[in-house]
Structures are given as structure tokens and as C-alpha cells.
Write a protein that binds this ligand. Structure first.
Ligand SMILES: [Zn+2]
Length: 254
């Protein structure tokens, strides 16, 4: 069994047997992995309290070909990100980002860049003020979408690729994967219309920029747009539970 040492982020944890835990890990060098942490529930576990949700650390994994469940032998925490557990908005946002990675990447999608974007998005969310949590989550999600190769087209027509330079609203089609010129819009009925401000925000976020979004109605519109986009481009028809909880939580909070 080859031993792999790699940075890893805990995306999901559940108890297994009286003494152990099973983790879903995003790793920097070995894609997405499920791993058994033997003895992790014992009070004197060698893992200590390291295996908390969203924690990042140096993991030692024994990988076996053809196995779905690998063995975790060590996890030395470098960032606990405990702030994410202290606020509902941050926790729900981090869960939505984790779900995005869990659902849309696999063990074969080894991407250092995707790992780094996830790590940075979680760091920013952990450092966000309570009222910035929604925006930090939106920005992290669009960056992950871009890294997964599905960034929406926002400055040219997604169908005919003609450059678009209109300050007002533009038709946006999830099917086409971005904004449309008025001519192509007729071929893609049922989309939304996006104001310039919203297009700017998405473009900025997808590139890792920061853009304060203080209008709650705009935040809700962004959440809805992102959900529809994910459903169209990435999902397999199964509900995105953590994403839904985040979206509904943000509604309840206001
Ligand atoms: Zn067009």
C-alpha cells in the first residue's frame, strides 16, 4: 500500500463503529478521498481533535488501488478554521462550498488549483464578518465553478461569441452558459435578465476578486442564479442539500 503524504481538508466526517471515523477529504495531490481514521473516537486518539470539519492539515494516507475507502494514519493540523463553526452563516456557507467540491470533483480530478481555491475560499469565509459571510460564500462558489471549468460567459454572447458592451440588463441563459445578445436570446427562452452590477460581481468573484454585496435582495438573486447554474451544469439531478440549507438560512436570517 503506497503511503501518500499530502495536504488535505476535511469536508465531511461521520462516526464509524464505536471507535473510528470516516472522512471525506479534499487532498492537494490525490483528489477526493474517503478514509478511515481508526481509533479517532477514542479519548486518547492520536488524531486528537484534528479531524474537525473544514480543518486542513498534513495527511498520511495509505492508498490502495480499487478501494473506495483508504486508511488515514496521521493528520497534523495546520489550520483548524474553528471560526467557521462559531457562526451559522459561515458554517452553512462552508458546508455549501464543501458540497460543491464533494459533488463535482472525484478522485481522478486531481487538481492542485482546485484544492488551493477551496483552501483560500474557506480561509476568507473564516475571516469574514458575520454580514460578509454570504458574499464570501458566493465568491468562493463562483471561483470553484470557474476552476471546475464551468465559468459563465459574461462579457460576450455565450451562443454567437459576439462581444457585448451594454450597460443595462442582458439576457442570461443557464443552458447557453452565460449572457446572450438579443438576437440569440430568442433561441434560448426562459432565462433571466442580469443587470450590469450582477454581471460585474460574478466576473469579479470568479477571478478571486472581492466585491462587497450589501443589498440583501441582490444577495438572494445571486444565490438563486448560482443554484440554477449549478443545477444546469454540474448536478446530476440530486438535491444540493447543504447549498439549499445555506440559501434558506440566509433568507431566514433576514
Ligand atoms: Zn449572440
Amino acid at each position: 500500500m503506497p503511503l501518500v503524504e499530502t495536504d488535505a481538508i476535511v469536508l465531511h466526517v461521520f462516526d464509524y463503529s464505536e471507535t473510528s471515523r470516516i472522512l471525506r477529504l479534499a487532498t492537494r495531490d490525490a483528489g477526493l478521498q474517503s478514509a478511515l481514521a481508526r481509533g479517532a473516537r477514542r479519548s486518547k486518539s492520536r488524531f486528537g481533535s484534528a479531524l474537525d470539519l473544514f480543518a486542513e492539515g498534513a495527511a498520511q494516507l495509505h492508498l490502495k488501488d480499487g478501494r473506495d475507502l483508504q486508511t488515514l494514519s496521521a493528520f497534523d493540523v495546520t489550520r483548524s478554521r474553528s471560526e467557521l463553526g462559531e457562526d451559522m452563516g459561515r458554517f452553512a456557507g462552508a458546508s455549501a462550498l464543501a458540497e460543491l467540491v464533494l459533488r463535482f470533483s472525484g478522485a481522478d480530478d486531481v487538481s492542485v488549483a482546485l484544492f488551493d481555491v477551496l483552501a483560500d475560499a474557506l480561509d476568507r469565509l473564516a475571516a469574514a464578518q458575520d454580514e460578509e459571510a454570504s458574499e464570501a460564500t458566493l465568491s468562493g462558489a463562483w471561483r470553484l465553478v470557474a476552476e471546475l471549468g464551468f465559468a459563465p460567459t459574461i462579457d460576450s454572447c455565450a451562443a454567437c461569441h459576439a462581444p457585448i458592451d451594454i450597460a443595462g440588463e442582458l439576457p442570461f441563459s443557464h443552458t447557453a452558459g452565460g449572457v446572450l445578445c438579443e438576437r440569440c436570446a430568442r433561441l434560448y427562452p426562459g432565462g433571466r435578465r442580469l443587470p450590469l452590477e450582477a454581471r460585474r460581481a460574478i466576473g469579479e468573484w470568479a477571478q478571486g476578486g472581492r466585491l462587497a454585496q450589501s443589498d440583501p435582495r441582490a444577495t438572494r438573486a445571486h444565490q438563486r442564479l448560482l443554484r440554477e447554474f449549478l443545477q444546469q451544469h454540474l448536478a446530476d439531478g440530486r438535491p444540493l442539500r447543504a447549498f439549499d440549507a445555506w440559501e434558506q438560512g440566509a433568507l431566514v436570517a433576514r
